[in-house]
Design a protein around this ligand. Structure first.
Ligand SMILES: O=C[C@H](O)COP(=O)(O)O
Length: 214
């Protein structure tokens, strides 16, 4: 299972969480990675943890003030990027452009979507993976894999109908090992999570619990 920890803009210490992700990754068969804010990518990557960007824009080098260039996050140490997170929504053409920009910079891609219908559209753009996240469950601690299993199963089916090489992650409310196991049982190859780790008093312990049954 792939466990991708999104730090959003939570007031955690990104290096402390990155070191916890790195250390727990070293002690499990699961694959763990962390997605800090763009400004923290370089410091986080220097810990040795697998580091992802939270977003890249559909741009090339040039006059794009305030945008995030895929090559720049790759230069800073990111090896992948989220695209179209529920809190960073893009138009369809810009999702497509962001996937192409990430490919150009050799970044792995996870395109997020609200529901199975959008997952099908996202898979058609050829990312490495898609992530289904019902917005109403994000940050609630109510896990999508247990509270709304049909969403996950339908997302897996929707992606497979379009492109069977695109992996499916699920996210929203995932915070325990049981939530991750439930996601795997529904066909997801990974989970995207944030508050369960970034807001935990002890991120290392929270991560150990997440991977313990894997
Ligand atoms: O990127 C992570 C997702 O939005 C899930 O957030 P959450 O784990 O806090 O529900």
């Amino acid at each position: 299972m792939f466990v991708l920890v999104n730090l959003k803009t939570y007031p955690c210490d990104p290096v402390d969480v990155a070191e916890a992700v790195r250390d727990v990754n070293d002690a499990t068969d699961a694959r763990l990675a962390v997605a800090p804010q763009a400004a923290h990518i370089e410091r986080v990557a220097e810990t040795g943890v697998e580091t992802w960007a939270q977003h890249v824009d559909a741009i090339e080098h040039g006059s794009n003030t305030g945008h995030t260039l895929a090559e720049s996050v790759a230069d800073a140490g990111a090896v992948g990027t989220l695209i179209n997170h529920s809190e960073r929504r893009l138009k369809l053409a810009d999702i497509d452009g962001a996937v192409r920009a990430a490919e150009r910079a050799d970044l792995e891609t996870v395109v997020c979507a609200n529901n199975p219908a959008q997952i099908g559209a996202a898979a058609a753009l050829g990312p490495d993976a898609v992530a289904v996240e019902p917005p109403a469950l994000i940050g609630t601690g109510t896990p999508v894999s247990q509270a709304d299993p049909d969403v996950v199963e339908d997302a897996v089916e929707a992606a497979a109908n379009v492109d069977s090489t695109v992996s499916v992650l699920c996210g929203a409310g995932i915070s325990t090992g049981d939530d991750v196991v439930a996601a795997g049982d529904l066909g997801a190859e990974g989970v995207l999570l944030a508050s369960g780790v970034a807001k935990a008093d002890d991120p290392h312990s929270a991560l150990e619990d997440l991977v313990e049954p894997l």
